[in-house]
Ligand binder design. Structure first.
Ligand SMILES: Nc1ncnc2c1ncn2[C@@H]1O[C@H](COP(=O)(O)OP(=O)(O)OP(=O)(O)O)[C@@H](O)[C@H]1O
Ligand SMILES: [Mg+2]
Length: 350
């Protein structure tokens, strides 16, 4: 539905040039929630602004429903933009307008009849849970309520796409959750396609189907949230995930692992409710290997559990290899953790 093809964006500031986006390729499917995560300055907002052409790429193409935005007439572009709502970290509400008028304004600009505006705003206020706040002014609302108004306003023209630029960054964790739930709800109820920008993996894991990780203007990896969480490849992605689950072990734990024949430290990712114990019991009994759980954690991706386990495996070389082959078959992702194994081997030599 949304295709960003080979996007490059160079900002010129006097004599210096800032390369804000470098060869970015992203395809977002209809109805999905696509996350973009990156540190400050990674190019996230610039990327988002490409989708409604608030910012033009230096090179590259943007397609929405197969139409190339860069060759649309002004009128066609205006029509396309109506189908794209946007919400911001700072809400961007008009302080002298009450809640009703903040939402109604965009409908008035688009010459929607008065009665229809009344009906529509009422419906939107119900959708975002602010039925009783129509007369209030932004200054009288909490941050979460302001963002709900922002969402209602973004939905006023019945968009097909909702762009969210750090929509929850100014909110406390509880309010963030309620706004994310609202986004999930409208994604489901209205079939809206959502692109959501954030610097928090928490936000990604609670809402997104797929994610792109950005660093210094580049997309360094992208995929399903499950795959990125199960098997992060890039160090930046690993850093983002570090807050959610521990993936390293301390030196003294490594040193305490005993070497019994051939040994490895494996990182296993279990999907859904599949329990660890039966799998580990099975390899212990079928291959006579000794398993030792070094670390275990569970995280929930859109409510679906993902278990991460660091396991120390040892035994006869061929049995250990067979056990790993078996694990690769039954576990969602198996990785021989190179960094940990190096640490472990070094500790064994001492
Ligand atoms: N209008 C502009 N003119 C010049 N440089 C810009 C402009 N907009 C963005 N940049 C530069 O492009 C780079 C990417 O900026 P962008 O705002 O997209 O980052 P971001 O990932 O959204 O960061 P943040 O998380 O802080 O919002 C930055 O180096 C920024 O300084
Ligand atoms: Mg930004």
């Amino acid at each position: 539905m949304i295709q960003l093809e080979n996007i490059n964006k160079v900002f010129k500031l006097g004599k210096t040039e800032v390369s804000a986006l470098k060869n970015v390729n992203i395809h977002v499917e209809k109805g999905e929630i696509f996350g973009v995560i990156g540190f400050s300055g990674a190019g996230k907002s610039t990327l988002l602004r490409m989708v409604n052409l608030l910012e033009k790429p230096t090179t590259g193409d943007i397609f929405i429903n197969g139409k190339n935005l860069l060759i649309l007439s002004e009128k066609e572009l205006r029509e396309t933009r109506k189908k794209i709502g946007i919400i911001f970290q700072q809400f961007n509400l008009l302080s002298s307008y009450n809640v009703f008028d903040n939402i109604a304004e965009i409908l008035r600009i688009n010459r929607v009849p008065k009665q229809e505006i009344k009906r529509k705003v009422k419906k939107l206020l119900t959708l975002v849970g602010l039925e009783d706040k129509a007369e209030q002014y932004p200054a009288q609302l909490s941050g979460g309520q302001k963002q709900r108004v922002g969402i209602a306003r973004a939905l006023a023209m019945d968009p097909e796409i909702l762009l969210c630029d750090e929509a929850t960054s100014a909110l406390d964790p509880q309010t963030t959750d309620s706004i994310l739930e609202l986004l999930l709800d409208i994604n489901k109820k209205l079939g809206l396609t959502i692109i959501l920008i954030t610097h928090e993996m928490e936000v990604i894991k609670k809402t997104c189907d797929r994610v792109a990780v950005m660093d210094k203007g580049e997309v360094i990896e992208q995929g399903t949230v499950l795959d990125i969480f199960s098997n992060p490849r890039h160090v930046t992605t690993k850093n983002f995930l570090r807050n959610l689950y521990e993936d390293t072990i301390t030196d003294d734990v490594v040193e305490r692992l005993q070497k019994r024949g051939h040994s490895y430290i494996l990182r296993l990712a279990f999907r859904g409710e599949s329990a660890y114990e039966p799998v580990l019991n099975k390899i212990a009994s079928n291959y006579s290997v000794v398993t030792n759980i070094v670390h275990g954690s569970i995280t929930y991706l859109k409510g679906v559990p993902l278990g991460i386990l660091l396991v120390h495996l040892s035994g006869d070389e061929d049995k250990v290899e067979q056990a790993i082959t078996y694990l690769k078959d039954v576990v969602y992702h198996v990785e021989i953790n190179l960094e940990l194994n190096k640490k472990y081997k070094e500790a064994m030599v001492l």
